[in-house]
Design a protein around this ligand. Structure first.
Ligand code: FE2
Length: 378
């Protein structure tokens, strides 16, 4: 419900039932009109372009009608209504101060001691609430385990079937992670791997990765995950200038380990939205290419910040470690969470399968589940 409305030709000011006041511009309201000539009633898609709206759109009337805002636009002489709750949800006349390094609403960063969220294979396949909770953990924390799955090759594809589609690459629909003679990629040897995000040489990067364990009787080989957003936040606190250097200059990444493949990307290690929100981390020592987009007089500072970020990522206080058992898997948001592996010995065997998938599909499945179960979505 709206209490009061005042207006002039260019703006309208409303007071909501809770006392909140917000202003809206005439041009913004016209663009977002909810009438069937502006928005398709079925799918909600906008039917007009910005060019269809008169540049000199003004308000000739604004009043409360049935608790909603009714406005009349000129020169179209068009009257439309905006429900109060819609206006409240879309108000922009509010404190929008920007704090660099903040995370999006709904994300929670974590470090060592974090109780890793986990779903159960049978539950997430049969119970929509369990599936929603598991997907919500991936959305909030960028990481979740799944336990109790079958010990059979390609089971990881069934994990992806729960929320979307496999993102196929030059490595195929999925890839094997096990010891090989003459490895073409260090991930396939018994060496430990520093925490990294996968495939930073792609643009865009694969946004989700699933790693599924089929055998793990070798000594060691524990998995470690690190919240890259938490690491970036720590860097921002400890060295704001270094944070700005990593966020403000592109790094370079490259992979040309196989015939016919030469992938290159020019993207920052810490990617921010234009208003300073963390949107991505790219960190991978194996595929870093020479950095050539940092001015000469900033290169030493850039390297110091790069080293400091690496030290934060390697800090045992940051990582959550666990050993996957056969039939267990985990999913990471590859734009945010780094994964690592401790070295393992040749005794016994370790066999994982990995694949990529798209986060937007997971978030879409989650949002649809939350709409279907609104009482539990808080
Ligand atoms: Fe990896």
């Amino acid at each position: 419900m709206l209490r009061t409305v005042t207006f002039d030709p260019s703006t309208v000011s409303v007071e909501f039932a809770d006392g909140t006041r917000s202003r809206f511009h005439a041009i913004w309201l016209r663009d977002n009109a909810l009438d069937p000539e502006t928005r398709a009633p079925g799918n909600g898609q906008r039917l007009i372009t910005i060019g269809d709206i008169p540049a000199k759109t003004t308000l000739s009337a604004a009043e409360v009608v049935g608790g909603a805002l009714s406005v009349t636009f000129q020169p179209e002489n068009k009257t439309v209504a905006f429900p109060a709750d819609w206006l409240f949800a879309h108000r922009y006349d509010r404190d929008q101060s920007v704090e660099p390094g903040r995370v999006a609403l709904g994300l929670t960063t974590w470090q060592n001691g974090f109780d890793a969220p986990s779903g159960d294979w049978a539950q997430v396949h049969s119970n929509p609430t369990a599936k929603r909770d598991w997907l919500a953990a991936v959305a909030e924390f960028g990481f979740a385990k799944l336990t109790g799955g079958p010990v059979e090759p390609e089971a990881l594809l069934k994990v992806v079937d729960l929320f979307g589609y496999v993102h196929e690459t030059n490595y195929g629909p999925y890839f094997e992670v096990r010891t090989e003679v003459n490895p073409t990629n260090l991930a396939y040897t018994g060496l430990g791997l520093q925490a990294h995000t996968d495939n930073p040489y792609r643009d865009p990067v694969p946004t989700l990765q699933v790693l599924y364990c089929l055998e793990n009787s070798a000594e060691g080989g524990d998995s470690i995950v690190v919240d890259g957003f938490r690491a970036a936040q720590r860097l921002c606190q400890e060295n704001p200038d270094g944070f700005a250097l990593l966020a403000g200059h592109p790094a370079r990444f490259e992979y040309k380990g196989a015939d016919g493949v030469c992938l290159r990307a020019r993207r920052p290690m810490i990617e921010l939205s234009p208003d300073g929100e963390l949107i991505g981390i790219r960190f991978n020592n194996r595929s870093s290419a020479p950095f050539v987009d940092v001015p000469f007089d900033k290169m030493e500072g850039y390297y110091a910040a790069y080293r400091q970020l690496a030290e934060i990522i390697d800090d045992p206080a940051m990582g959550v470690s666990f050993k996957l058992e056969p039939g267990e898997s985990f999913i990471v948001d590859n734009t945010r969470v780094l994964h690592a592996r401790l070295g393992y010995s040749g005794a016994g065997s370790r066999w994982l399968q990995g694949c990529y998938a798209d986060k937007d599909g997971l978030l879409s499945t989650l949002a649809a589940l939350e709409m279907a179960q609104p009482e539990a979505a808080e």
